[in-house]
Design a protein around this ligand. Sequence first.
Ligand code: BGC
Length: 739
Amino acid sequence: MIDLTLHEKAALVAGGTFWETRVIESAGIPSVMMTDGPHGLRKQADGGDHLGLGESVPATCFPPAAGIASSFNPELLERVGRALGAECRAEGVSVLLGPGVNIKRSPLCGRNFEYFSEDPHVSGELGAAWVRGIQSQGVGASLKHFVANNQETNRMTVSAEVDERTLREIYLAAFETIVKREQPWTIMSSYNRVNGEYVGESHRLLTGILRDEWGFEGLVVSDWGAVDNRVATLAAGLDLEMPGPQAASEKAIIEAVRSGRLPEAVLDASVARIIALVERGGAPVTEFDVDAHHQLAREAAVESIVLLRNEGHVLPFAADARIGVIGEFARSPRFQGAGSSQVEPTRIDSALDALTARAAVEFAPGYALGRPTDAALAAEAVALASRMDVALLFVGLPEGDESEGFDRAHLNLPADQVELIAAVAAANPRTVVVLTNGGVVSLEPWHDSVAGILEGWLLGQAGGSAVADVVLGHANPSGKLAETIPLRVQDNPTYLTFPGDGDVVRYGEGVFVGYRYYESVEVAVRYPFGHGLSYTTFDYSDLVVDADEARVTVTNTGDRAGAEVVQIYVSAPQSPVRTPERELRAFRKLWLAPGQSISVTIPLDARAFSYWDVATAAFEVAGGDYVVQVGRSAHDMVLSAPVTRPASRTPGKLTLEASVTTWLAHPVSGPIFRRAAAGATGGDDLVEGGASVLEMVGSMPVRRLLSFPGVPVTEKQLRLVMALANNRLVERVAKLFSK
Ligand code: BGC
């Protein structure tokens, strides 16, 4: 290892500038640059800010995570990742700060546009593909924000109070998949606290789980400005503080090492990881193909669009249809979210331009963004709608309504836009709404009044062309919702706890996030997770399920080529813990020509049948009969097949404090207990008044049996059985002899 003084080491573990690591000239250590991220490069030439304020170099703005997640297409995300990596190399950037794989706990989170899904499997699969793509170019990813950063309100101080099973199954799961599979070069620790402790100061999270359990080999970087106590964060495993330089942190580290409070070896480990990062990375390439990347952004945007509703096959529009294009968003697209991820696009396609070039179009803005209702604009739009064959109405959230840094208070579209939808729909029954929104918006009360709805999310710089491709039928929509659209925000399981009280937010819904809740409680939603229509139709048949895979045949029964996402859900049998009605455990996107059938085999790993067991601190399989289902969404199951899985768990150690039920379930003590009880009650079946005696006392700690007169059992007997069950018989017998 390079020989550095204590001062140099203390300097190196914080940035040298807003975006770069520290140069240590005496030791010949250069700096490397990290920039946002995630869906485009935000390289600031001068100075820096993490609020999306200052200018940055032009870069391709791909669809943000909320959009591209609807593609359910890891291969597409990998290609986008490769393009992002290439743009980084063209700009000499070593690490791209993304992707963000935080779970959409509440639809109100202001930063949901930057996250993939309410489902950890989707987030993990898509995030892994994105990281794989970026890193294939010799550029590092920074997986963020680790962990339980699910809201913007008080994000720098709030404590997410979350139980261990929920943390493992929902909030850590995507990080786990990606770390184990892709080894991201860096992970960004989040601002918030988890169960009272800053993530950056949590040795359990940053070292115990991340490194010791999952085998993470990369570097942990702080979110920008997240470090509260530098010595505590170093000790926990946070290698690099950003931004820098940080004179106070340097001083504190030096003092802590000198006084022996911080072992120098801990500092050395972080220094080594920073040097390893600096030494990584490919030689810069000079340029990237701006046109090819724009084309990829368009393809990604097409796959991000979700066709929610298509009554009477209003879409795609006939080639000669006269289209009334309405809404300022058609002319001035909002294609990305606000905050640190804001990219300076290389170009912008508006839907209005793209449609005008290919169809008979007239336009009326209908409303002015950020200004009060304008009756004249609305009247002009309604008049246009009534004289055209179809009305294509663009509505959505203005930029000020959602952003990094704050959460939304409701899911509503601006009131003037809701009024406009009603008026336009009344004027033309063939009205199609195109939505622009980073987070989910309410489709009430207007949903039923329009013939078609396209969920356009934020689609990146080529989104306008992509919308034209879809409405004109040049592309067939294939997106599926990666998050539920509820009927009312009040129906969401986090409604009463989001964003918490002061600096505490209790994740009281546990693992029942998003569709896991709606499906378990049978709460109706507007559109379920996984929903999305196509211009063609698909049939499913021949589901065959084995212990480790599901096989199913998908047929395109319509007359257009199209893509379908096969969604495999698993329902668990009665488990030691309460499990959701069903959980998405695998998916696969398939492209099918008209009439084509594909038989696809989708692996199901052990995790597809497991839950986090707090007793064994591991994922365990509850033995029993599972149901594997193929769904068109989390709500609409088309095929199902049972499969039996053995329990993974070796029986835990018996103790006198364990319940009678636990002792009965144990392969050693169970039969002994049953025989003894049968003898005591004088019968074989132990049934009294319809209920088993042993079941009636099932929750009683075994030790308490001793305090009931007439129960013919002694402590000595219990200890002997325990020794037998816990494989301690030899010791126990030896002890008997030594007395
Ligand atoms: C955001 C990060 C971002 C960083 C640097 C922070 O405020 O939470 O996602 O990467 O700033 O801009």
